[in-house]
Design a protein around this ligand. Structure first.
Ligand SMILES: [Cu+2]
Length: 158
């Protein structure tokens, strides 16, 4: 249900390209408008930290309906002092500087895989809280979302 759309950059590019096409005639070569990312964020949640005030995780899905790749490069929150991007496999976990959102694809942050690591809560989170996360992308700018705090054992779709 919760969904934030960011169309600003893509629309601006498309309008510029459209104006050029009207003036010069359609060349059929495509252009930068075709390579723009179009992002939506869905299914976000933060499980209640296992220890009160302790480290938490953040999960969400970024969908890209555009033809251009983008990258999640930074996440901040007014509710926490530190949010970092983590990539994990079955055997290891490491902090990374960015995560790719492929063209016509998704970036999925989910249990057992990539995730956000959240520390330094301003106030101890409680189930039912909604915390703001500001997701910054290399090309699409910042998308602010409200993320619900769920019980520790919550699973999407359950
Ligand atoms: Cu981690």
């Amino acid at each position: 249900m919760r969904r934030a759309a960011l169309v600003g950059a893509g629309v601006a590019t498309a309008l510029t390209a459209g104006a050029i096409l009207v003036g010069c005639g359609f060349s059929g070569t495509g252009g930068t408008a075709d390579a723009a990312a179009r992002l939506t964020v869905d299914g976000s949640y933060i499980p209640l930290p296992a220890t009160p005030g302790g480290m938490g995780a953040g999960y969400l899905t970024v969908r890209n309906d555009g033809a251009g790749e983008d990258r999640l490069v930074k996440v901040t929150s007014p509710a926490a002092g530190s949010v970092t991007l983590h990539r994990s496999s079955e055997t290891s976990m490491e902090e990374v500087q960015s995560l790719s959102v492929p063209a016509h694809g998704t970036l999925e942050l989910a249990r057992g895989g990539n995730h956000l690591m959240i520390m330094g809560w301003q106030k101890q989170p409680a189930v039912g809280d909604e915390l703001e996360l500001d997701l910054t992308f290399a090309k699409s700018g910042t998308i602010a979302i409200k993320v619900p705090v769920k019980p520790l054992t919550y699973r999407p779709g359950s």
